[in-house]
Design a protein around this ligand. Structure first.
Ligand code: SAH
Ligand code: SF4
Ligand code: F3S
Length: 465
């Protein structure tokens, strides 16, 4: 058994990152077994789940979408806010119930929650029916853990800076667009955020390994890659002679139809990056640029390392240099002792930026982070009112931005049949607007020209041309 440790997880040394090139293993296969995998959290987790699926299917497991049919349940969890926790513990209740009927059911929990000291302890003490717990650093040990499982809870979670594993295979959810990790971990240590503790130190994959992956995806017919990292613009800072701008340029030269990336931090967003994005047609004009707050005082206490003025300058520069760019953001309300004036600054910058969209959150204290120790006299009621006010404003601008496209022609990469309306297809514009499309022909997997006929706050409707 190995339990996580927040103090060790916070540690950053100057040691070089270790690159491990995994070799295929011969494992005993299972037959007639089904797995149910549920994923919470961000794109990294979604992509990690594609690795987990590959590993399980390679062992002979078959995916199922009904919990009741499963022989193996895996919850890939997120620790970013308390409500993510609540959902997982709620789901574990269902697993406990099922285990009473299905004695051989194996329940696994992995992902960022597993990396939290308090969660691992709680699982150990109160949830003995959660059989296998592993963290973000040892997904590649899944097969071994399953093989050696003997009916007694096994927790194996490492709290170290982490390595870079290569030769990872994925069972990708889509055959049209793919996630590509370019880096792992985070060293920014924003004071509210748990990620640097759950994902380890910032470590970049080597450009050659990333490019090989992208080239393989191109050869397999993929149209779009999204480069993934908690802070893509810090890519390469731990390597020699490569920056994110240089990497982007090399990926653009693979000639894949569309390139996206998330997330870019306003800090280290270089002019070179803006120029490269503007220069290549296959780098999509869409930037997710988390603001968090419009108040200098709050930004400082968040350790975000930019001011409201600097954010605005960057925002305006991006808007000016990248044609037709859409910019979305993340905003936290109710950071400890956020005053009315602080909140007014956030509303003010939202009015100035008129974001294409924003993910908004009420601050949630995370154990082990500095902000969790800050005094906070703001009531939950006030925080909820602020969130409501902010959302009203944000939605207004989403709609206003979408209305610009009425009767316009846009290029959409079509991903599938619309979930809400089976007679329509759906896809995203170059600048990441969701479009529901009417077409008499099957257009899945194609980049098509669409005329927009209706604009709503969160999507557009259109007809294929
Ligand atoms: N690496 C990304 C963010 C990853 S987390 C970045 O720096 O931009 C996604 C979003 O969750 C953050 O941008 C932030 O708005 C929100 N978030 C993170 N920690 C939070 C917390 N403790 N409470 C509420 N929201 C939080
Ligand atoms: Fe969290 Fe900040 Fe790192 Fe983003 S940059 S993952 S918000 S610590
Ligand atoms: Fe959640 Fe971990 Fe992502 S905390 S947001 S799953 S990095």
């Amino acid at each position: 058994m190995k339990l996580p440790n927040l103090k060790e997880a916070r540690n950053r040394t100057s040691q070089n990152v270790e690159y491990v090139y995994l070799k295929p293993q011969n494992k005993i296969k299972v037959s007639n077994k089904k797995y149910f995998l549920k994923t919470y959290g961000c794109q990294m987790n979604v992509h990690d789940s594609e690795e987990i699926s590959y590993r399980l299917e390679n062992l002979g497991y078959e995916a199922c979408s009904n919990l009741e049919d499963a022989d193996l349940v895996i919850l890939n969890t997120c620790a970013i806010r308390e409500n993510a926790h609540d959902k997982v513990f709620g789901f574990l209740g269902r697993c406990k119930h099922l285990k009473k009927i299905k004695k051989d059911l194996i329940v696994c929990l992995c992902g960022c929650m597993a990396q939290e000291e308090s969660v691992a302890l709680e699982l150990k003490e109160k949830y003995p029916y959660v059989d296998i717990v592993f963290g973000t650093h040892n997904i590649h040990e899944l097969e071994e853990m399953l093989e050696s499982y003997e009916g007694k809870q096994d927790i194996e979670v490492y709290s170290y800076e982490g390595k870079v594993y290569e030769n990872i295979a994925y069972k990708r959810d889509s055959s049209i667009k793919a996630w590509v990790n370019i880096m792992y971990g985070c060293d920014k240590f924003c004071t509210y955020c748990i990620v640097p503790y759950t994902r380890g130190k910032q470590r970049s994959r080597k450009a050659a390994d990333i490019l090989k992956e992208v080239n393989d995806l191109v050869a397999a017919g993929y149209q779009e890659v999204t480069l993934l990292g908690q802070n893509v613009n810090a890519y390469g800072k731990d390597l020699e002679e490569i920056s994110f701008a240089r990497l982007l340029e090399k990926v653009a030269q693979t000639n894949i139809a569309r390139i996206r990336f998330v997330t870019s931090h306003p800090w280290d967003f270089s002019d070179e990056m803006i120029d490269v994005i503007a220069k290549y047609d296959n780098i999509m004009p869409y930037i997710h640029l988390p603001l968090q707050s419009g108040s200098d005082n709050v930004l400082k206490r968040m350790n975000r390392r930019y001011t409201k003025k600097e954010y605005l300058e960057l925002f305006n520069k991006i808007k000016k240099k990248i044609k037709n760019v859409a910019i979305t953001t993340d905003i936290i309300v109710g950071f400890p002792n956020e005053s009315d004036e602080d909140f007014a600054d956030t509303l003010d910058i939202v009015r100035k930026c008129e974001f294409d969209g924003a993910f908004t959150f009420i601050y949630s204290p995370r154990e082990g982070t500095p902000a969790a120790l800050m005094a906070d006299d703001i009531s939950l009621r006030v925080k909820e009112e602020r969130l409501q006010e902010l959302n009203n404003l944000v939605n207004l601008y989403s709609l206003k931005n979408n209305q610009k496209y009425l009767n316009q022609e846009v290029k959409v990469l079509v991903e599938g049949i619309s979930e809400k309306d089976e007679t329509k297809y759906f896809g995203y514009t170059e600048n990441m607007k969701l479009v529901n499309i009417t077409s008499s022909q099957n257009i899945i997997g194609e980049i098509v020209n669409v005329k927009i006929t209706e604009a709503k706050s969160f999507s557009l409707d259109g007809e294929v041309l």
